[in-house]
Design a protein around this ligand. Structure first.
Ligand SMILES: [Fe+2]
Length: 178
């Protein structure tokens, strides 16, 4: 259990039809906005490469998958029990069009004082028909497929990034569990 990689888990839970429908439901509406950083002080040199995000999305559809991923994660993780995770944020959709990216960061983020810091980050990848957009964790490339849900601790030990999209559009969602 000394290996930090033990705490990074991937579950392929969402089938292609579900992913396709979710993308189709939101891809062209007007609720998307440019991503911004809650903390990190200075402005990014990559500001013009920020992805689009969409809040208030698909909680009902996604919750069973999020619940399943967190439950399996807790079963595989010593000293973490399912009843210690009480809730998660409403899902945020991420849309990376060509030329956008997510620079390296950790999820040690306080959105509101009352939330504290999240325990787990839960990320779902909805498609893989794009070029670039590789997911890197701790400097290593994790090869994710459409339908994968990745779960990892929201601490500074797990910096991650999405490399620049060179072709197509990459769709994912994220929640932070408390
Ligand atoms: Fe993140």
């Amino acid at each position: 259990m000394d290996d930090l990689w033990h705490y990074v888990r991937v579950y392929n839970l969402m089938d292609h039809k579900f992913c396709h429908n979710l993308i189709h439901q939101y891809e062209n509406d007007d609720q998307w906005q440019k991503h911004f950083w809650y903390s990190h002080g200075e402005k990014s040199q990559y500001e013009d490469k920020e992805l689009d995000v969409r809040f208030s999305t698909a909680s009902v559809e996604l919750n069973p998958y999020i619940d399943q991923a967190i439950t399996e994660y807790c079963e595989e993780t010593p000293h973490l029990y399912r009843d210690q995770i009480k809730e998660w944020s409403s899902p945020r959709l991420n849309r990376y069009s060509e030329g956008t990216m997510m620079r390296e960061h950790s999820d040690l983020i306080r959105r509101h004082k009352r939330d504290g810091v999240p325990v787990l980050s839960v990320l779902g990848l909805m498609n893989d028909d794009f070029e670039g957009g590789e997911f890197y964790m701790r400097g290593e490339h994790l090869r994710l497929q459409a339908g994968d849900i990745i779960v990892f601790p929201s601490t500074y030990l797990y910096p991650h990034e999405v490399r620049e999209i060179t072709q197509g559009i990459r769709y994912s969602w994220v929640v932070w569990a408390y």
